[in-house]
Write a protein that binds this ligand. Structure first.
Ligand SMILES: [Zn+2]
Ligand SMILES: [Zn+2]
Length: 266
């Protein structure tokens, strides 16, 4: 049986999601997935989230309670918000330590005082300033969370971008991409292929993934970033095909932060 995994799923333990572990897991079964990882938000850099980080003890209890009845493997993880200020990542790591999660996504959501998801971020910037600002923030932040398993959604800035051409391209800022991708490759870390930023556009990212491979990157994980059941597993087949076309050979499952590589299959 082929292993199809969604390693970026949110449950009601995230401030911005409302569905139970069971509801999301049942959607995963419907989507034909063999494994999903709950990556609920732990974001001390975000004033709206800092007082409500995911309760990972409750997440663990719920996963353990639901797992026996479900034909999909449930993993426990966290999506940690990072900025150039390492103290936020340090706080997050101290916070999640007791939970002993399987998997950690490091994600940049904010550039300065603004979330790159909000319309305000784009109001005072043109495309180049908006995209370069985000990519520079990513490069300045990625080293603050050495425990990350993968870097999440490098193209988060595209999610709500008001442009006809939303795709984030390697050519948008090659020096920042090289810095980020080389660091991940050298550290044995992965890059996430997150399908949420595409929305209904054609998939992008083959240039970024190919450069990751060129710089020694070994594996990617695939994530729908689902916040509701209908999004679980969304477009992951296209994501796997994209990674293969870019020359990525492996994806990975994680147990206790240890990756287990296996070949990508469409
Ligand atoms: Zn995110
Ligand atoms: Zn997320």
């Amino acid at each position: 049986m082929k292993q199809y995994c969604d390693y970026h799923v949110h449950s009601h333990h995230s401030l911005d999601a409302a569905c139970s572990i069971r509801e999301m897991a049942e959607a995963a079964v419907q989507a034909g997935l063999s494994e999903i990882c709950f990556t609920d938000h732990v974001e001390f850099e975000d004033p709206e989230c800092r007082d409500n980080p995911a309760d990972l003890a409750a997440q663990r209890a719920e996963v353990e309670q639901e797992q026996p009845a479900l034909p999909v493997r449930l993993l426990r993880g966290a999506e940690i918000g990072i900025t150039p200020d390492a103290s936020f990542a340090e706080q997050a790591m101290a916070y999640i330590a007791p939970a002993q999660v399987d998997f950690i996504i490091g994600s940049v959501h904010r550039v300065g005082e603004e979330n790159a998801y909000r319309p305000g971020y784009f109001m005072e910037r043109d495309r180049q300033a908006a995209y370069c600002g985000y990519l520079e923030q990513l490069a300045a932040s990625v080293r603050t969370l050495p425990q990350l398993s993968v870097l999440g959604h490098y193209d988060y800035v595209a999610k709500r971008a008001p442009y006809a051409q939303r795709a984030v391209r390697y050519a948008d800022l090659p020096e920042a991409f090289d810095d980020i991708l080389r660091y991940l490759a050298q550290q044995g870390k992965g890059l996430e292929v997150n399908t949420a930023s595409w929305r209904d556009d054609v998939p992008w990212g083959i240039d970024v993934l190919a450069r990751f491979v060129e710089l020694g990157g070994e594996f990617v994980t695939f994530g729908s970033d689902a916040h509701v059941p209908g999004q679980v597993g969304k477009r992951l087949k296209e994501a796997r095909a994209l990674a293969l076309a870019a020359g990525v050979r492996y994806t990975a499952t994680f147990r206790g932060l240890v990756p287990h590589f296996f070949p990508i299959e469409v």
